[in-house]
Design a protein around this ligand. Structure first.
Ligand code: PEP
Length: 234
């Protein structure tokens, strides 16, 4: 059984999210697909969705509070309203564009861990680190586990090299295998690969040892493409 996660990022409206989720839900039901599917819509599109048990809707982000004076943020009371119990933490766009530090990331992790959330925790190196070699890359990733409980039972780890995200250039299959083998020695959490996964590479990536699934941005935003990707993981 594989895990296939779609990160909408800042795409899709409330209406198009609704259409997307209902369509994917029907597809999973009609085709009797058993893989675990996750969809992370933007916060404004979160809602109570009636889905099959293997389709989970999560949030791309939340602040580590229930509620309070944190302009522009949502807390877990806003997630409770829709029974959302799954969160992405540590995504490279939040680390590198929104300047989230490892301290912030670990505060979020520990807050949502205490609430029993399923956490998809993202790690991955930027290009300048990759270019310095494997040991630098592994050292960089290790620092992204500072303050993170790698034995947390409701965690999924996503390896997403920053230079591969949204660029169309995926990580080489051997490199994915190498990093995932190292990660599998650190944690028993399921391991996802993310970074320019698309229809023409999904089959190769999903079959790499220690790859339990994929986290996909760009190639998952059109429902027909996402359905084809899901079909290719059966
Ligand atoms: C992502 O946002 O996690 C991601 C992997 O994006 P993309 O598939 O577009 O590289």
């Amino acid at each position: 059984m594989k895990i296939i996660a779609s990160n909408f990022k800042t795409n899709h409206t409330r209406q198009s999210t609704n259409e997307f989720i209902n369509d994917i839900n029907k597809f999973l039901k009609d085709e009797n697909i058993k893989n675990d599917i996750y969809i992370f819509p933007p916060s404004t599109a979160l809602d109570n969705f009636d889905t099959v048990s293997n389709l989970c809707i999560g949030t791309q982000n939340a602040f580590y509070v229930k509620d309070g004076p944190y302009t522009g943020e949502i807390g877990h009371s806003h997630l409770d309203e829709f029974d959302i119990k799954t969160i992405l933490i540590g995504h490279s766009e939040r680390r590198h564009i929104l300047d989230e530090t490892q301290k912030t990331v670990s505060l979020k992790f520990n807050y949502f861990k205490a609430l029993g959330y399923k956490i998809i925790y993202c790690v991955g190196e930027p290009l300048d680190i990759k270019n310095q070699g494997l040991s630098q890359t592994l050292g960089y990733i290790q620092e992204q586990f500072d303050g993170i409980d790698l034995s947390y039972k409701d965690m999924i780890v996503a390896y997403e090299p920053v230079w591969a995200i949204g660029t169309g250039v995926s990580c080489g299959l051997d490199d994915i295998a190498t990093i995932h083998k190292k990660l599998a020695k650190k944690t028993t959490a399921p391991l996802l690969y993310g970074g320019s996964v698309k229809l023409d590479n999904i089959k190769d990536i999903i079959n790499i040892p220690n790859v339990d699934g994929v986290l996909i941005g760009t190639a998952s935003w059109h429902k027909d493409d996402f359905k084809k990707i899901i079909e290719n993981c059966i």
